[in-house]
Design a protein around this ligand. Structure first.
Ligand code: THU
Length: 132
């Protein structure tokens, strides 16, 4: 990932956060995926009156990327108030497509201070479908 791509990925995660539909929690999440080919695919959280139907921003981004034909990714940026890490479900979904992945955790109020983690750090012992 180039410095330009990193800056753009962070900006996309922060901007996409504003598209979230989060009237219940009011917790806006923006996710931006950098594909292997250098494209940026975004997602935000989509809540529902039936709370359990809510979809996280990261999974919206992965779903969009996959249905656009992408399978390999360089990095995932997640923007929240406070710079929170992705939930366990989103980590598992990311692991379906990435043996390892750079994850940028962005505090939307301080986008200059990015915390870096890897998917392997965030999700040790991921579930892998048993070989038959
Ligand atoms: N949320 C995400 O979008 N990603 C996560 O990794 C954790 C939580 C959303 C779901 C819900 O709309 C709100 O944040 C509060 O849980």
């Amino acid at each position: 990932m180039t410095e330009l791509e990193r800056t753009s990925l962070i900006a996309h995660a922060c901007a996409t956060r504003q598209t979230a539909h989060a009237p219940y929690s009011k917790f806006l999440v923006g996710a931006a995926l950098l594909t292997e080919s250098g494209e940026i695919i975004v997602g935000s959280n989509v809540e529902n009156a039936s709370y359990g139907l809510t979809i996280c921003a990261e999974r919206v981004a992965f779903g969009t990327a996959i249905t656009s034909g992408h399978r390999r990714f360089q990095a995932l940026a997640v923007a929240t108030a406070g710079g929170h890490a992705p939930c366990g479900a989103c980590r598992q979904v990311a692991s379906e497509f990435c043996d390892d992945l750079l994850v940028l955790l962005i505090d939307a109020d301080r986008p200059d201070r990015v915390v870096e983690a890897t998917l392997a750090e965030l999700l040790p012992g991921r579930f892998v479908f048993p070989a038959s």
